[in-house]
Design a protein around this ligand. Structure first.
Ligand SMILES: CC(C)(COP(=O)(O)OP(=O)(O)OC[C@H]1O[C@@H](n2cnc3c(N)ncnc32)[C@H](O)[C@@H]1OP(=O)(O)O)[C@@H](O)C(=O)NCCC(=O)NCCS
Length: 173
């Protein structure tokens, strides 16, 4: 009797990637990710994006130098798949918390072809790990529609921040 070997359905291989801390050399990558994030959120005006790139590059460079902006890059060999940054944002003092800075996650971006593979999750995990190690009490962010599921999966919750619009920005969510 012929032995019938059951063929197991092959699981699609998820490409391995690593998430490392960004250095100043990675600034062009971080600027690209920032621009691509805004583009995906609906920013279309090339001149505005060009201007924003320059301002962000300067802003990010000085903060990376002073240690108040920490970036992570997810890569597969030479190929960059995505990234994100934590900015130590100035905040007002309040009873029981005198530090006057809070970590804020921004510029989260995954290249379209690498989405759904856990790249953003990998960056969020590194950012949370960094916050824990540095004894911060929380990590805040403003979630885009695309990002919401990623953050919910990692234990983020909605807060009671409010706003009153004075003027609506086109890409503002
Ligand atoms: C949001 C973004 C960073 C997610 O990147 P990613 O690497 O695909 O995310 P992950 O693979 O880590 O996804 C984590 C979870 O979120 C889900 N998810 C990711 N993108 C999603 C989407 N567009 N819609 C619904 N769910 C999504 C995944 O299914 C996954 O859950 P699962 O593992 O249970 O399936 C990416 O879509 C992106 O760059 N978007 C454009 C810019 C943007 O919106 N940035 C966020 C600003 S706050």
């Amino acid at each position: 009797m012929a032995t019938q070997k059951k063929k197991r359905a092959k699981k699609p291989m998820k490409p391995a990637f690593t998430v490392r801390k960004a250095t100043l050399k990675d600034l062009p990558i971080l600027v690209h990710q920032r621009r691509a994030m805004w583009r995906d959120l609906g920013a279309r005006e090339q001149r505005e994006l060009d201007r924003a790139d320059k301002v962000y590059a300067q802003w990010a460079r000085s903060r990376m130098k002073s240690g108040t902006l920490i970036g992570w890059v997810a890569e597969n060999g030479e190929k960059v798949l995505g990234g994100g940054c934590v900015w130590l944002q100035p905040v007002q003092p309040r009873p029981g918390y005198n530090l006057m800075i809070q970590p804020y996650l921004l510029s989260m971006y995954t290249e379209p072809r690498s989405r759904g593979l856990g790249v953003a999750s990998g960056v969020v995990e590194k950012a949370l790990e960094w916050c824990r190690k540095n004894q911060f009490l929380q990590l805040r962010l403003h979630a885009s529609e695309m990002g919401r599921k990623v953050y919910l999966k990692h234990g983020f919750e909605r807060t009671w921040e409010m706003r009153r619009r004075i003027k609506k920005l086109r890409e503002d969510s």
